[in-house]
Design a protein around this ligand. Structure first.
Ligand code: SAH
Ligand code: SF4
Length: 400
């Protein structure tokens, strides 16, 4: 069944390299890596090892104000501030709290633009780390930790652009169009700001990152991977606990395939349809890069042991949730030759989008069919629907 909205889809021109604009402050330090910070210190006439102190303060101690950088001598701090240096980390401007514990943040990026980030305690059942540690993870999610601090197990959903140019017909973010790309510091800054807010202990708490907020990460590739490098190298997070989701940008997937394994997050594809003809109605990008071209690019990504690629699949009543669709998805998954699991997402409604939520029986029967066909399939819990924080609902809605 095609809805009126789907018939109206026209081919979409996608900007491959809209330039990242810098945030508002004059000399932002956040976003620079250890080498760049050392170079900045050398330029300021200081020994390069002061760069290491800055790195510690920015990414490990997560300080947001240069006045608090007490490892630097006070006169140096004062001189840097007088010269216009600032931390320049994106700041949480507004918080919306859901009844289910989810928090949605509007994060300010310094030019009056805000971006959305979502914190989901207990995760969302869809994107835990590499398969190998999921059993341990289940056990430790119950752990209380010591009396001082209950351990976190949470998923953090991060944005890569303000708005999105890809124009998927079921997604509220698409309604914004592309406002601008985020810089590496603005992407990593969302993470560090939220880790600071919840006093997360890196290495002890289990926080998964999903690059599944606003925007298409592979249309802002350099900033996205720059953020990953900062988060791995300076913040200390593991790329095996990060998942990047793409609508199927082939040149981005090709670059991703060449990243070193120790720096590469896990990969998810927003498949969302059982075949090209349905997919191109829902996702105009499919006309540029059809399913087989995307799978071909994905086959070049060297998988780690036990790693799987995730197919995300949004269930739209009558459009993608039929039993025949499930069988087609299973065949497609097998034919792909990829180690695949499927994350089913019941479509989250939004104003002005003309689809219908799937019935619970249709969701369960879809999942059952995939499992009976030998394809691992999970249902992603909708989180924070009451505050417009669920998948595809990120549009900087200020009520909630
Ligand atoms: N742009 C990237 C990542 C962000 S979208 C991508 O599309 O992969 C994250 C996921 O939310 C995608 O799998 C997308 O298909 C899904 N999604 C978008 N709108 C949705 C909605 N209204 N309800 C449920 N899922 C949605
Ligand atoms: Fe962009 Fe992803 Fe939404 Fe499509 S689903 S419009 S790619 S954010």
């Amino acid at each position: 069944m095609l809805t009126e909205a789907m018939r109206k889809v026209t081919p979409q021109l996608v900007l491959l390299d809209a330039a990242a604009q810098p945030a508002g402050c004059t000399l932002p330090l956040f976003g620079l890596d250890a080498a760049a910070l050392s170079a900045r210190m050398a330029q300021a006439g200081e020994p390069a090892w002061r760069g290491r102190q800055l790195t510690e303060a920015l990414y490990r101690q997560r300080l947001a104000d240069l006045n608090e950088f007490t490892t630097l001598p006070k006169p140096l701090r004062q001189r840097l501030i007088a010269e216009g240096w600032q931390v320049g980390r994106p700041a949480v401007a507004q918080v919306f709290q859901s009844v289910d514990g989810t928090e949605r943040y509007l994060i300010e990026c310094g030019d009056a633009q805000t971006v959305e980030t979502v914190w989901m305690p207990e995760g969302d059942d869809g994107d835990s780390g590499d398969e190998g540690d999921s059993a341990n993870e289940a056990a430790s999610s119950l752990a209380e930790g010591d009396s001082a601090h209950r351990r976190w197990k949470a998923t953090l959903c991060v944005s890569s652009q303000i708005g999105c140019a890809v124009n998927c017909q079921f997604c509220l973010t698409a309604k914004l169009g592309l406002q601008r790309n985020l810089s590496a510091g603005e992407i990593a800054g969302q993470v560090v700001a939220v880790l600071a807010r919840h006093a997360v202990e890196v290495g002890r708490d289990r926080v998964n990152l999903v690059f599944m907020g606003m925007g298409e990460p592979f249309l802002n590739y350099d900033s996205f991977m720059g953020a990953v490098r900062l988060l791995v190298t300076e913040v200390g997070l593991s790329p095996r606990r990060m998942t990047v989701s793409t609508s199927g940008i082939v040149p981005g997937i090709e670059r991703f395939a060449a990243e070193p394994p120790e720096m590469r997050p896990r990969l998810a594809l927003s498949l969302n349809a059982p075949n090209d003809s349905v997919r191109e109605q829902l996702m105009p990008i499919n006309r540029k890069w059809p399913i087989e071209a995307v799978l071909e690019a994905m086959r070049a990504v060297p998988m780690r042991p036990r790693e799987r690629i995730t197919f995300e699949y949004v269930l739209l009543a009558g459009v993608t949730d039929q039993p025949a669709h499930a069988r087609e998805v299973a065949r497609l998954a097998r034919r792909s030759g990829l180690p695949v699991k499927v994350n089913l997402i019941a479509w989250n409604p939004g104003p002005g989008i003309d689809y219908t939520m799937p019935q619970p029986e249709a969701i369960e029967s879809f999942r059952r069919t995939l499992i009976d066909e030998g394809i691992p399939a999970y249902l992603r819990k909708p989180r924070g629907r009451d505050i417009f924080a669920a998948c595809g609902q990120l549009k900087r809605t200020v009520e909630g």
